[in-house]
Structure formats: C-alpha cells, structure tokens
Design a protein around this ligand. Sequence first.
Ligand SMILES: NC(=O)OP(=O)(O)O
Length: 344
Amino acid sequence: MSGIKINTAKPKHFITTADYTAEQLFDLVDRSIQFKVESKYNYPKARTERPLDGKTVGLLFSKRSTRTRVATETAVGYLGGNAMFLGGQDIQLGVNESLLDTTRVVSSMVDGIMARVGGHHEIETLAKESAVPVVNALSDKYHPTQILADLMTLHEFYHNKKNNVPAGVYSAHTQHPRETLKGLKVAWVGDANNILQEILVAFPKCGISVSAACPPGYTCDQDVIDIAQADAKKTGATVFFTTSPEEAIKDCDVIVTDTWVSMGQEEEKKKRLAEFAGYQVTNDLAARGGAKSDWIFMHCLPRKPEEVDDEVFYSERSVVFPEAENRKWTILAVFDALLVRGGI
Ligand SMILES: NC(=O)OP(=O)(O)O
C-alpha cells in the first residue's frame, strides 16, 4: 500500500517584527488596509471567500486581554475560521501539564495558535514545538501585533494628512507605507517594556527615528538596542535614549506611552508610580519639550490617567481608538499571510 505523504515542513511564525524586513512589514500594513477598506466599504467588492472555512485557531492566553482577543476572534471569523479561546483558567497548562506537552497536543488539533505568555522563552518553546504557525500575542519581551497596528495607524494618519482626506474616510491609499513613514520621529515616554522593545526592532528599519525617555534604572535589552542601532544606520533613522521626557520629545511627530505597571508587576505599583513622576503626557510637557505643533498621541491601551491626562487622551491629537481598531485588521493580515498565503 502506498502511504499518504505527511507535510513535515516547519511552520512559519510571527514572534517579533525583528524577524521580518521593512518591505514585509509594509506589505502586511498594505494588506491590513485592503481588508479594512473592503470590510467597511465593500471596496472593490464585498468578501465572499472564506479561506479558513473548517479551520481553527487556538487562542492560548495565560493573561487577560480585550483588544488582542477580540481582534483575533473577529479576524479569524472574517476569514471563515473558528477561534477557540483557551484561557489560563480553562486548560491544564501550568497546573497539570507543561507548556511543551500542551503545545504538542493543541497544535496537533488546530491550524494556528495565537499565544499570550509570560516569559519570552515560552513563546519560543511554543514556536519550536508547534506543528502549526504561532503568533505572539504578547510576551515580556515583544508585542509584534501591537506594533504592526501602530505602523498601520501611522501610515493611515500621515497618508490622509498628506492627501487632505477627512478623518474617518478611507481612501484607496495612493502612497506606500515606505513613503508615509520615512522621516517620522517617534518619542517614547515611559517604561522600558515589551512595547518599546518592539518599537525599537520595527521602527528604525522602516526609517522612523525613535527617542525614548525611561526613568533611571529602566533599560531595554542590549540585543534589542543593537538591532535598533544597526537598522537605524542602514535607513538614516536615529535611536536615542534619555531619562528626560522633555529631551525625548524635542521635535517629535508622535508621543507614545503605555502602562507603567505591566501585568505581573502589580506588587511594584507604589515604587513605579514614584519613579515615573514627571512622565505623564500632557500638553504642557509637549510644549516644554518642544514637540512639533501638530504632534499626535498613541497608546496601546488599556490606559491609566497617570500615564496621560484626559486633555490629551480624548483630544483630536489622539489616535488611540483607530490604533485599537487596527489590531483587528493587522492580525487579520498576519493570519491571512500565515494560514492562507503560506507565509509573510
Ligand atoms: N494592547 C493590548 O494588547 O490590549 P489587550 O491587553 O487588551 O489585548
């Protein structure tokens, strides 16, 4: 009897944007825009294909999530697939079963995995052991789908600004992301966390300069800094670190911050609030530091008022809600690439 040939090719994953070139990230942004326009305006026509029909994506989440979970479940549904949420309270992982065993079992039954983990080594184990593509839904080192959404949000904003497209209107996007993003200066004011680290490995290679202010003692991993500096050298972008928020935001186009107390750091809250004094993003800080007059504000959410005041957060400068929505379109593009088109 002749046997059935089993596909033994290693699956492709999306663990960090550091693994992909700027052109690959731009293509994902471009595809995300196409999905958004198609969904909102039936342009060029309403979607009828359901390429993930009969397929399942497992959401292996050991931490809370609103945006990433909703974005993934709706994105997989949009492609006709089934999203199965496997929360930390629901399965044996971490209580009765190791990550290695769980990965082998779950990946033998699903077609893709979206995983939110603690340590970055956990997502690396998952990717190594999984029989199907794994997407990093957040680890303590990186948050790639968030920063892909941030690239899309920046592209949309500056594309529409250059082309006088009114807010909330989606155009056919005449310019490529490489044209809209190159030369921007993004200032980070906050923790040296997974969001800043993903920004550092994604933005400089896209031609975006990054200047980051973190309190004394809060520093990024050296391998991340090395990647950022090497990428910046190639594109002409700059990478700059300081402990002064005012210094970081000088001449910036965009100010970004995030929580000062990430999930799992709750016992450090009091100490952190004291150490981040002076780091709240306000119009006054932007004026003192000399941000460009038309600076915009980003935050991956959820947000606490100590990080940014209401005046900025709910102002016209703030693109935080389109940024949140774009999680869906970018995650859609990632799963479309990995599960439908065979790779990014
Ligand atoms: N920004 C982000 O990852 O949000 P959630 O934690 O709600 O998924």
